[in-house]
Write a protein that binds this ligand. Sequence first.
Ligand SMILES: Cc1ncc(COP(=O)(O)O)c(C=O)c1O
Length: 362
Amino acid sequence: MSLTPKPGIMEIEAYEPGRSEAAGVARVHKLSSNESPFGPSPKAVAAYEAAEPKLGAYPEGSARILREAIAAHYGLASDRIVCGNGSDELLTLLANSYVRPKDEVLFSAHAFSVYKISTLANSGVPVEVPTRDLKLDIGDMIARVSAKTRLVYLANPNNPTASYVAVSDMRRLHAALPDSALLVIDAAYSEYVRRNDYEAGIELVSTSDNVVMTRTFSKAYGLAGIRVGWAYCPKHVADVLNRVRAPFNVNIAAQRAAVAGLADRPHVEAVIRHNETWRDWLIEQIRKTGLHVEDSVANFLLIHFPKKAGRSAVDADRFLMARGIILRGCASYDLPQCLRLTVGSEEANRAAVTALAAFMAS
Ligand SMILES: Cc1ncc(COP(=O)(O)O)c(C=O)c1O
């Protein structure tokens, strides 16, 4: 018998990261990866640098200093928090731990690609719930829950559609799940959401036995490069994750930078305020060019392009790249007529709007 990977693995389309270079253009604005235009807090950078004398030793294995800082910040129990090398790692470890071959894993169409990848990597069956006008109708998701459902990934807000699910709908979904299924609420962009009917997931995790919330320092905290995420879990799920994760999965510089970043409230509040101002401005200005833009509660926008030759998303991408504006193509999200734009610095936002207006007028 020849060596073959587990069933499902060869069906995976490898994750495609946002591009960061535009050939032949010296000055680029990278608006393709939902990063913060401000980067990390200067206090996080100082903490990272101060970790230098510790680089020769293994870090404390459970990321205790970071778990305790997160617990104090949000009023949670530190032994129910598990930190990861980005929240990607935790999303993947949850599937590795619970999905058996042929188990069903539910998630919305046009959702973050890691859900499908980690399902197929565990020989599970991805069940993609079609959206209505790119929004997930929770009733449609509930209709697909079956005895075979083992895990449900709910990106809230969702990337790349920038829409969200109200807390009442999250509760309805949870109530419809069998006890043998795990609801994973991926709240990577939650810091950006300002809606009265939104809750990141803390309440649901605190009051149930089969809900996990994942969070990240990659977005509003501007620490994508150092890879830190965390999960708030029922105790028995934290116990499982602690058995399967790598022994030192969050390095010491990352732990210290994240602790300092979390403590710098003024920095993150400024990031969120900037995002609100410029997200609304971008939506308004891009709509004025005649393009359709989805409403957004996050730090990115989904822009639809006409199917007409010369006006398509591929044409727009080429036009923008030539001007150093790098957006994210959405073909891998089954949205080939769309590009995703991350809210950037004032300069980048203005340059993006100027280029989009020129494209539409060309
Ligand atoms: C919806 C969603 N979840 C999770 C992540 C993973 O973030 P990280 O692994 O950097 O914590 C991303 C990153 O793009 C995302 O868009």
